[in-house]
Design a protein around this ligand. Structure first.
Ligand code: ADP
Length: 475
């Protein structure tokens, strides 16, 4: 099946979050099972270092409102996998990916550019798979401006929502960019809303876990789009993301100091833990569990709840701590405060650091993810792959991927809770620490069950493949 996969970020070329990982892994996994998926993404400054390997494909002029601009297409091939970069210096070659006043124009240019690309591709895509608000206007533009052309007549669309919070909401003035008479399809609460445009017009919609799929149709998790989503309920599905089991593999991971398997996990973890914490001048013994968090420092991630409990845990347990992330200044200051106040127990690295993330996943015993909401979450899956036990809030994909520990029948793969209450969260952390400290056998069994989970890409690719077939078949 020919699919054009549009994403505003693709690892390793550009990344702010989980979308980049999926945009990198999913097309590759689909190509492996016989599909022909071509990825298309903007040419950011970070692409320049690959420039000599790129092949120029063509140039198109994009018209939007009363303006126009030219885009160039460059292709990078790696075996069966092809990625096409949309180059326009003015709109995409900037210091950051998002956050500019003209983001409405920038990603409208990208969306038109994806549609124009179809015209120069050898194989006409049967599906254009769009992701999040940055490419969510494509189904609308396709219907309004391209259908009459033969090549575009039968193209279907799939919109994947990776995070409903970010919607591409702009003033009504942005409506000019659609090049149509004023239309309520793209209007939401007196604003132009790119994601809502996609929700109304894509052939099918999916999100990144079955549980989040149900949640987003409720007021609590719907970010005001629950009504629009409920209207599309029969076209809305949930597919749990996967992780690349080769990139995240404690047995072969080149980033970690001591590779390990389930057989020498205890020693492997301890060696990694000792070496990791040495960098922060923290001494650890075999008896001390390492509790960690890696991720954006944003409200979504439940950092407020962490703030309510962490000092208590630091003061009343034998655990040591490692935090990696960047984001809201208030949270950055908080973790720096913990580091300063408890230098013998708390390590903190502010920033984005892939290599350090691997080291932490491998070294940790317990991983915190008390998110307020979580479309899928990759951190908990990566943790389990490294035999690190997650403590998660039972929302979104966290609920779909972590089976709560049950001490009576000795089942489960992690710890979970629902109430956003500090005592409930703290109890879970202490339950985990106590099991680590006092029930080594049960702890090992818990780790073994976590390691046995399979969050690989094959399952995810198969589910997308089935969804594509359904779309083509008109079901
Ligand atoms: P989100 O997409 O909401 O940011 P996910 O859990 O879905 O959260 O994915 C985040 C991914 O980014 C994970 O692979 C995580 O390990 C990685 N990550 C997040 N913050 C950092 C950081 N500061 N340094 C390294 N990796 C990070």
């Amino acid at each position: 099946m020919n699919v054009l996969f549009a994403s505003s970020e693709v690892f390793p070329f550009s990344k702010t979050g989980g979308l980049a990982d999926i945009a990198s892994f999913l097309p590759k996994a689909l190509n492996k099972i016989g599909h022909n998926v071509i990825t298309v993404t903007p040419y950011y400054p970070s692409i320049a270092k690959y420039h000599n390997d790129l092949v120029y494909l063509g140039t198109k002029t994009i018209y939007f409102g009363l303006d126009n601009t030219k885009v160039n297409y460059y292709e990078l091939s790696d075996g069966d996998n092809k990625i096409i970069f949309v180059q326009n210096q003015h709109y995409f070659e900037r210091d950051f990916f998002y956050g500019y006043e003209d983001d409405d124009i920038r990603f409208m240019v990208f969306s038109y550019a994806v549609l124009e690309l179809v015209d120069i591709l050898k194989d006409i895509p049967q599906i254009i798979h769009v992701n999040d608000w940055q490419s969510a206007t494509i189904p609308f533009l396709l219907d309004r401006h391209y259908r009459y052309r033969e090549k575009y007549q039968y193209i279907h669309t799939l919109l994947t929502i990776h995070n409903l919070q970010y919607q591409g909401s702009f003033g009504l003035n942005s409506s000019r960019l659609f090049n149509v008479e004023f239309d309520y399809t793209y209007v939401h609460f007196n604003s132009v809303n790119y994601l809502k445009t996609g929700i109304e017009t894509a052939t099918k919609i999916n999100t990144v876990s079955p549980n989040y799929r149900n949640e987003i149709m409720t007021e609590q998790f719907g970010f005001t789009l629950d009504g629009a989503l409920r209207k599309r309920e029969s076209d809305l599905s949930g597919i749990l993301n996967g992780i690349d089991l080769e990139v995240f593999d404690p047995e072969k991971d080149p980033s970690i100091i001591k590779n390990y398997t389930s057989r020498n996990l205890k020693l492997g973890k301890f060696t990694n833990k000792k070496e990791l914490m040495k960098n922060f001048d923290i001494k650890v013994t075999k008896e001390q569990p390492l509790i960690s968090y890696i991720g954006r420092l944003a409200v979504q991630k439940g950092i407020n709840l962490m703030k309510e409990v962490l000092e208590d845990v630091i003061n009343n347990s034998n655990a040591v701590f490692m935090f990696l992330g960047s984001g809201d200044e208030e949270y950055q200051n908080y973790f720096q405060y913990l580091r300063n106040k408890y230098p013998a127990k708390v390590a903190y690295y502010q920033g984005y650091n892939e290599d350090l993330a691997h080291k932490i996943y491998a070294a940790s015993d317990i991983f915190l993810m008390p998110s307020e909401f979580e479309p899928c979450g990759l951190g908990q899956m990566i943790s389990m792959r490294y035999g690190t036990i997650p403590i998660v809030r039972e929302v979104g994909g966290l609920k779909d991927s972590v089976v709560p520990y049950n001490k009576y029948n000795n089942t489960g793969t992690g710890f979970s809770f629902y109430d956003q209450n500090k005592d409930v969260f703290k109890d879970k952390i202490f339950e985990a620490i106590n099991l680590f400290n006092n029930e080594p056998r049960k702890w090992s069994e818990l780790i073994r069950r976590a390691l046995n989970e399979n969050f690989g890409l094959e399952r995810m690719a198969k589910e997308y493949s089935n969804l594509y077939k359904k779309i083509i078949g008109g079901k």
